[in-house]
Design a protein around this ligand. Structure first.
Ligand code: 5GP
Ligand code: ZN
Length: 145
């Protein structure tokens, strides 16, 4: 399905509801996130309705991923106070996805105390080399193509 009539980002893509656009071409659109977690917080979406990362065809994946560096550089260069950037893609409610049209958050970072944070737990003590091999093998067994 290219357009989902119940999807807020499909409505933004088709200009049925307003957004503050920073980039647009045939296949993707980028607009400011309404919350502005940090100034310049931007969302990059495929124009086609793709629910999440698991739902991409290869051409749409190529299109969206290939635009990220160019957009990231433009955001960085828009403000001399930007020191770094987090690029975040949430998939599934458990992973904090709230809009089920795939999107990449580009979140410029100004300091460790700006209004964005992430937590990576460290469970390395629970993983022997053998256990890591076992985890990798079960992922490899499921790779497509
Ligand atoms: P998620 O939680 O799914 O990763 O991110 C969804 C994002 O979409 C949130 O950061 C939220 O602020 C943003 N968002 C939701 N509705 C709108 C809207 O109508 N306009 C814009 N510009 N952003 C929205
Ligand atoms: Zn959609």
């Amino acid at each position: 399905m290219d357009y989902d009539k119940d999807c807020i980002f499909c409505k933004i893509v088709h200009n049925e509801i307003p957004s503050t656009v920073v980039y647009e071409d045939d296949v993707v659109k980028a607009f400011l996130d309404i919350t502005q977690a940090t100034p310049g917080h931007t969302l990059l979406v495929p124009k086609k309705h793709v629910a999440d990362i698991f739902d991409y065809d290869e051409a749409t994946a190529k299109a969206i991923f290939s635009r990220i560096p160019k957009l990231a550089r433009a955001i960085r260069d828009s403000n001399p106070n930007i020191k770094g950037m987090n690029i975040v893609n949430n998939n599934g409610k458990v992973a904090y996805q709230s809009v089920f049209h795939s999107h990449f958050h580009l979140i410029p970072r100004y300091s460790e105390n700006d209004d964005f944070s992430m937590h990576f737990g460290d469970n390395s003590k629970a993983y022997s080399p053998a256990k890591l091999q076992q985890v990798a093998a079960s992922i490899k067994a499921n790779l497509e193509g």
